[in-house]
Design a protein around this ligand. Structure first.
Ligand SMILES: [Zn+2]
Length: 150
């Protein structure tokens, strides 16, 4: 393999191997602490999986749902993959990037929580957290059965 040096489009030096796939600043995989997660932690990945499993990244009124990728080392060991924020936002934790299934189920599940907040109010949902969690879990399991073949 011959290596050449060149500047990438931002003027930084990067190495490149002879078949053009060896850019060091690659964006096709996660690096460092996040290298263990197979899905690349970027919006493109999320949108692609949402499209595949027919999850609209919009609420019932057609307003876009904000997505935040939590690139926080401390979140790697969190026991959940996502969280819903009352302000129409879904936070995706690193473990959501484990597989397409994890990503799809997380998006679907957290969207249900956004809807619960909207329909019942944040206080009521949080005061009855377990009931709403169980409802979201059950809906998520049923939904996955209908789309997992995609
Ligand atoms: Zn939940």
């Amino acid at each position: 393999m011959s290596r050449t040096y060149h500047r990438d489009s931002r003027g930084r030096f990067a190495t490149q191997d002879s078949n053009n796939n060896g850019l060091m600043q690659r964006k096709d995989k996660n690096t460092g602490e996040f290298a263990r997660f197979p899905l690349v932690m970027q919006m493109k990945t999320i949108k692609k999986i949402a499209r595949k499993y027919k999850i609209a990244l919009k609420d019932e009124d057609g307003k876009p749902i904000k997505i935040k990728i939590v690139r926080d080392k401390g979140a790697i060991s969190a026991p959940f993959t996502g969280r819903a924020d009352i302000k129409n936002r879904i936070d995706l934790l690193p473990r959501a990037f484990t597989s397409e299934e994890d990503m799809a189920r997380t998006l679907y599940h957290e969207k249900l929580h956004l809807r619960q907040y909207k329909e019942h109010g944040q206080a009521y949902v949080q005061n009855n957290r377990q009931w709403f969690e169980d409802a979201a879990d059950k809906a998520e399991v049923d939904w996955w059965e209908t789309v997992k073949h995609l």
